[in-house]
Design a protein around this ligand. Structure first.
Ligand code: ATP
Ligand code: MG
Length: 290
């Protein structure tokens, strides 16, 4: 599929983050609804071309746990990069929990399974580390599928964005904050934070919910105890899984392989939870709050 800017009609804006803006578009020749992400970057034409080349690896990332990729191109003025991907019609877990409150525990099991399988696919098949696991990068559609997006495929994108923004994230692991290189286990930490956030319905740092500056937050992550679930509200297996993901010592933290064998994940695999029915209730709740 050769994507060209002139074949896409804007339907609506979906949101904006640190690195870009996302809109819902329709590809006229194929009638496909897509999500188009525009990433603005101050980069030389040569670098932008290299980024486009690096992004073609996305064509090979095919998994039911990964948002699929349609193509990328430079925008008219050649200043920005547009990435077209599968449109996920129920939205991100961040948007969902902010509208509906904490995510029900049975759904958390299916989310855990999808994210771990997605990360395991990226690393196992492509040696890609995600680097940005958080609720806004886990998307849901009305078929009940849960998929991850916005992973760091392109070394050049990572560099250019790091040059443009101070690359801090609330989901960064203690070792990353202290300058260690990224490993899959850093994604495991970010996922642990994400799971607690989805389970309790708010970002879990600091425990008392007070507002911190970015620097204070980073100091807190490095120096204080990791977040925990409120006692007695969740299953022992879920509690144990999140504790393991949030081991501050990276060498104590489990790998994806180990996590996929955790009793919580094994049980989630076997359980027949109707995620599709849950997405219908999410849609009803969003319709009445908007
Ligand atoms: P950050 O820039 O810090 O990573 P973010 O993930 O919220 O934050 P974007 O990745 O730019 O920022 O996404 C903006 C919003 O667009 C998301 O919150 C999500 O709700 C929506 N979105 C992104 N991709 C899709 C998609 N493929 N389908 C549907 N909605 C999407
Ligand atoms: Mg995102």
């Amino acid at each position: 599929l050769d994507l060209r800017s002139e074949d896409l009609i804007l339907l609506r804006e979906l949101g904006a983050g640190n690195g870009g803006t996302v809109s819902q578009v329709k590809h006229v020749t194929t009638q496909t609804i897509m999500a188009k992400k525009i990433i603005h970057m101050e980069a030389k034409p040569q670098i932008r071309k290299q980024i486009l080349r690096e992004l073609t690896i996305l064509h090979d990332c095919n998994s039911k746990y990964i948002v699929s990729f349609y193509g990328a191109f430079l925008t008219e003025e050649d200043r920005d990069i547009a990435i077209c991907m599968e449109y996920m019609d129920v939205g991100s877990l961040e948007a969902i929990y902010k509208k509906t409150g904490p995510i029900p525990p049975p759904i958390l099991g299916k989310i855990t399974l999808a994210v771990l399988e997605g990360l395991n696919y990226l690393y196992g098949s492509h040696k890609i580390i995600h680097r940005d696991i958080k609720p806004s990068n886990i998307l849901v559609n009305s078929k009940g599928q849960i998929k991850i997006c916005d992973f760091g495929v392109s070394g050049q994108v990572i560099n250019s964005i790091a040059d443009t923004f101070v690359g801090t994230s609330h989901y960064m692991s203690p070792e990353r904050i202290q300058g260690a290189t990224y490993t899959v286990r850093s994604d495991v930490w970010s996922f642990g934070i994400t799971l607690i956030e989805l389970a309790i319905g708010r970002f879990p740092f600091p425990p008392d919910g007070s507002k911190l500056t970015v620097l204070e937050l980073l100091q807190h992550i490095v120096n204080e105890a990791p977040p925990t679930l409120p006692p007695g509200e969740f299953s022992d297996d879920f509690d144990d899984l999140t504790k393991q993901c949030l081991s501050k010592d990276v060498n104590q933290r489990p790998t994806l392989q180990e996590l996929l064998k955790h009793p919580y994940v094994v049980a989630a695999q076997k359980s027949n939870v109707d995620v599709e029915a849950w997405t219908r209730s999410v849609r009803r709740m969003s319709a009445t709050t908007n």
